[in-house]
Design a protein around this ligand. Structure first.
Ligand code: ADP
Length: 392
């Protein structure tokens, strides 16, 4: 597909956007409007910041379009709009051309992602009104994990929950994981469908995914993005009976426990800081809680690597991505410590070398190639949008 794809990622109070030229696969413009609905919303268009009052997403998108009109580039080469949607449930395992029925289906899946899907849908509705003549495509965060086999996505719970209530592992970060695992195979110079990889997406949210021959076969997040690795403010794995226990001993209700596990746990809960840079600063200054938080974080990643090694049988590549995975050599070293028996080793010089490029950080000739691959979810959404429209 030639022309340009406008990628929209609508959150509850923000719209992130990127205009991507499909000929060059490069962003020609991009920005973000934040604090929609608050007194002072902030629009940053191609690095130029302005403040205004924006009451809702409709006004937000109008402000974005006004910024394009005022500062450029013109939007007349746009041939499609690609929308990030967090939860596609069991129904959407590939990108889909949006019509009214798809909108209703995204709405029906709101209980699975109450913070995200309603906001994503609002973005879709507003954009369809703004660009009625263009095709709009939904790209789901869960979709890449549609290939996880039943033994890995089924929870050992009453089967009525699974059959009637949609209870199962879905997984998230799929768009990012698809992108970086494909890039990793390309860097190895091998066909995507011949490479097994473990992808560690470590950002504010964090997940591990086992990819066999280009298909996700297990992932650490579950029915919601709370499960698995330690994250900035999310606990990751805990005993499922924790809520009941806290109800008995502290009178907490389930909603309170859920909120605390999502927003007050993880690194923040353990040491009072959720930004990985700050956690290291505290640890380096001798803060014991921060040191322990890092140990818990690294240990959890290592045990997931071990689990997915078992799931895959053979691993060609271990891939780090996300804000932490791309930028923190110390976290990468922590995550890969003690895994030499699995063929996983990091070359300290390569690991420490500063670079924004995709690169190999394992020693020459290592059994498992360890890579850092900067993710690009917007480019992946644009490519999947184009592929969907091409009928691929
Ligand atoms: P999100 O999951 O919201 O998309 P990112 O993938 O951008 O977030 O990751 C954001 C996180 O990356 C921040 O919380 C910060 O801890 C971490 N980060 C960014 N730069 C560095 C760095 N140089 N060293 C360690 N951590 C970093």
């Amino acid at each position: 597909m030639s022309g340009q794809v406008l990628v929209l990622n609508t959150g509850s109070s923000s719209i992130k956007y990127r205009l991507i030229d499909m000929g060059t696969r490069r962003a020609v413009a991009g920005g973000l409007i934040e604090r929609i609905g608050e007194d002072e919303s902030v629009l940053t268009h191609d690095g130029v910041r302005s403040e205004r009052r924006v009451a809702d997403h409709e006004e937000g998108l109008k402000a974005v379009l006004a910024a394009f009109a005022e500062h450029g580039p013109p939007l007349d080469a746009v041939t499609a709009v690609g929308h990030r949607v967090v939860h596609g449930g069991s129904r959407f395992v590939t990108p889909v051309l949006i019509d009214d029925a798809v909108e209703r289906a995204i709405e029906e899946m709101a209980p699975l992602a109450p913070l995200h899907n309603p906001a994503n849908l609002e973005g879709i509705r507003v954009a369809r009104r703004a660009f009625p003549a263009l095709p709009h495509v939904a790209v789901f965060d869960t979709a890449f994990h549609g290939t996880i086999p039943p033994h890995a996505h089924t929870y050992a719970v009453p089967r009525e929950w699974t059959r009637k209530l949609g209870v199962r592992r879905y997984g998230f970060h799929g768009t990012s994981t698809a992108y970086v695992s494909r890039r990793a195979a390309a860097l190895l110079g091998r066909p995507y469908d011949e490479v097994n990889s473990i992808v560690l997406h470590l950002g504010n949210g964090a997940s591990a995914t086992a990819v066999r021959a280009g298909r996700s076969v297990d992932t650490s997040m579950g029915i919601t993005p709370l499960a698995g690795l330690v994250m900035g403010t999310r606990s990751g794995d805990v005993d499922p009976a924790l809520g009941a226990y806290l109800g008995r001993v502290a009178g907490m209700d389930l909603a309170g426990v859920d909120a605390a596990l999502n927003k007050e746990s993880g690194l923040l809960g353990m040491c009072g800081a959720n930004d990985m840079r700050e956690v290291w600063r505290l640890a380096d200054a001798g803060d014991e809680d921060a040191r322990l938080a890092l140990d818990v974080y690294g240990y959890r990643v290592r045990t997931y690597i071990g689990a997915y090694y078992a799931a895959l049988g053979h691993v060609d590549a271990l891939v780090f991505t996300g804000g932490v995975g791309q930028n923190s050599p110390r976290v990468r070293a922590l995550a890969a410590t003690g895994l030499t028996r699995l063929g996983i080793e990091i070359d300290p010089g390569r690991n420490d070398a500063e670079s924004a490029q995709a690169r190999v950080i394992s020693p020459e000739g290592a059994e498992v190639t360890v890579l850092v691959v900067p993710t690009d979810e917007e480019l992946e959404i644009a490519e999947q949008t184009a592929a969907c429209l091409a009928g691929a």
